[in-house]
Ligand binder design. Structure first.
Ligand code: FEO
Length: 401
């Protein structure tokens, strides 16, 4: 049975959530599921804005049939060609042979690659600022390349002020009927998953996100409708200010994140001791994560939040312990930069993790590595304790406590 909501004049949400999914993009844990939004404008012409993931395609079909109520689908605007939004394209084209597909030139290359048919007979290729009239509604296209794929654009409805924002401003997690951010306690319940989504899906492309923010700031936006999670119709500053920070790799607060990779507990002990010293010195929100236990998806997200990152690792196979190596590689892959960094390394006979971590950290831009680099030999002893004291003092000084 159909399950839709009208979100603005002539404009309907047709989306659905998948609560069985375990890993989004087969890598990011989504314990609360995943939502896939898409929208339709019912004007003199009918226009679908993006599709959905295959997992919710049945619900989408029922929603689409209900809102169309026997009318023909005239246009499909493809803001983003990733399969979590485009699984239904071949079905739509087959059902409506005269359907026009609207996208950037790169969109049509990707249709060919993913779906194996020639989209040219259906293609309307748009460039920056082009418009499409549906009757009362005029759609304006704003290109957003590499946010986070090359073909991405966002679509602005000049009549309603709705910005169909593709993946931008989205989040992890299934949503219920409360599809608007003002219908939930967004800050309390959803901000963390919006950050984790941004950091992992879009975070590598901060300059491109900043460029998009600049372009859309010139539009008279009344509603922001992303392809995942909640739709915004007020308090835009809440999400826009977070995006401005994340895009600039600016931390949100004055906290410290301590990541440790520990085999038998010596390195974990050093991390915990440091966290106590920082908390006693008045640092708010000191967070400690075991990299072997916590998903790297969450670990990367925390780095976008905090100005101070401490990496503590045992030496393993003459290298950095597994989870820590993956974390440092992932942070570099996401272009993490401009953080204050502490290093704790452990090695019972050849403490290689220390210089290898320093090498990995120095590959990231703007990383200020504090002294001392704390050396633990198997377990924390008096010498390591003194170095932890000194590192805590350096972090506290840097934070201006
Ligand atoms: Fe939600 Fe980049 O796909």
């Amino acid at each position: 049975m159909y399950n839709v909501r009208e979100i603005n004049k002539d404009t309907w949400w047709l989306g659905a959530s998948d609560r069985r999914i375990q890993l989004f993009e087969n890598t990011h844990p989504v314990p609360n599921g995943m939502s896939y939004n898409n929208f339709i404008i019912m004007d003199e012409k009918t226009c679908l804005l993006d599709g959905v993931d295959e997992s919710v395609s049945r619900q989408f079909e029922e929603n689409l049939a209900h809102v169309l109520n026997g009318r023909t689908l005239d246009y499909l605007v493809i803001d983003h060609m990733e399969p979590d939004h485009c699984a239904v394209i071949p079905d739509l084209v087959q059902r409506w042979p005269n359907l026009k597909l609207v996208g950037t030139p790169k969109t049509f290359d990707l249709i060919r690659q993913f779906h194996g048919f020639d989209p040219e007979p259906h293609a309307i290729k748009v460039k920056e600022g082009d418009t499409l009239s549906l009757g009362r509604h005029t759609l304006q296209f704003v290109l957003a390349p590499m946010v986070h794929w090359p073909e991405v654009m966002v679509t602005f409805d000049q009549l309603t002020g709705t910005l169909f924002s593709a993946d931008a401003f989205g989040g992890f997690g299934a949503i219920g009927g409360a599809i608007f951010a003002d219908e939930v306690d967004w800050e309390r319940d959803w901000a963390d998953e919006a950050r984790r989504y941004y950091a992992n899906i879009v975070g590598k492309y901060g300059p491109q996100v900043a460029s998009l923010l600049k372009k859309v700031s010139k539009l008279d936006i009344k509603e922001i409708a992303p392809l995942h999670a909640h739709i915004w119709r007020r308090d835009f500053d809440q999400i826009l200010s977070l995006y401005a920070k994340w895009a600039a790799y600016e931390p949100e607060d004055n906290s410290v994140v301590i990541y440790y990779g520990s085999i038998y507990g010596g390195t974990a002990n050093a991390a915990d001791i440091l966290s106590v010293k920082l908390a006693e010195a008045g640092v708010h929100n000191v967070r400690v994560y075991d990299v072997s236990k916590t998903s790297v998806s969450e670990l990367v997200s925390q780095a976008f939040r905090s100005p101070t990152l401490v990496f503590a690792s045992a030496t393993y196979n003459m290298g950095i312990f597994d989870g820590m190596r993956e974390l440092l590689e992932d942070l570099a892959a996401h272009a993490m930069k401009n953080r204050t960094v502490g290093v704790i390394y452990n090695g019972s006979w050849a403490p290689q993790a220390g210089h290898l971590m320093l090498d990995a950290i120095q590959k990231m831009k703007g990383m200020e590595i504090l002294d001392p680099h704390v050396h633990v030999t198997s377990v924390v002893d008096g010498s390591a304790l003194e170095e932890l004291d000194a590192l805590a003092a350096a972090i506290v000084k840097k934070l201006g406590k």
